[in-house]
Write a protein that binds this ligand. Structure first.
Ligand code: IMP
Ligand code: MG
Length: 181
């Protein structure tokens, strides 16, 4: 299809990696109940698939943050647009995120969630783009380490589009518009 420049991670690769992550998490949290905190909207598809492969009891909660604007660059200014519904005090929490790029979003979220006194707090990201990191983030579970390119699909968007694709791809240049910021 014309919108796709190049498929970076196909559906089968995502499925098998997500299954492995689920198994690893299940093993490491044996005997515990996990609270998965999904960062909307990018983390949603990953959460749904990951949760199917976790065999210990799981609760979900959702949080929405925005770094101002719809740019392909992180602004570094983060604001919570939807907060968790439940307290995470004393809970074993795993943040489920689509991608860590500069790390600014997660750095803010980590501090924010740590101040709510969970029993433990880990990070599970589908994609890690380490080349562009501006702040160190202790990432516990990574699906794939990816190059410094703007990616869409499987939860990741460009101006809210392409999240529904079951694989991760590089968008054809002609679909980028210049009104992003
Ligand atoms: P960070 O604060 O720079 O780590 O960026 C985190 C957020 O920026 C992610 O949760 C995504 O929503 C968005 N983001 C970063 N890189 C990409 C990308 O390649 N494609 C789509 N969204 C991205
Ligand atoms: Mg986004």
């Amino acid at each position: 299809m014309d919108v796709i420049d190049r498929i970076l991670i196909d559906q089968a690769a995502i499925e098998s990696r997500v299954k492995e992550l689920g198994a690893q998490i299940s093993q490491e949290y044996a005997g515990k109940t996990i609270t998965l905190v999904c960062i909307l909207k990018g983390g949603l598809m990953f959460l749904c698939d990951l949760a199917k492969h976790i065999t210990v009891p799981v609760m979900y909660d959702f949080m929405s943050v925005s770094s101002y604007g719809d740019s392909t660059q992180s602004s570094g200014v983060v604001r919570i647009t939807k907060d968790l519904e439940h307290s995470i005090e004393g809970k074993d929490v795993i943040i489920v995120e689509d991608i860590i790029d500069t790390g600014l979003t997660l750095s803010y979220l980590l501090n924010n969630l740590l101040s709510r006194n969970p029993a433990s707090l880990k990070i599970c990201t589908l994609l890690d783009k380490p080349d562009n990191r501006k702040v160190e983030i202790p990432v516990d579970y990574v699906g794939f380490t990816v190059p410094n390119e703007f990616l869409v699909g499987y939860g990741l968007d460009y101006q809210q589009l392409y999240r529904n694709y079951p694989y991760i791809f590089v968008l054809n240049k002609k679909y980028y518009t210049n009104n992003a910021e």
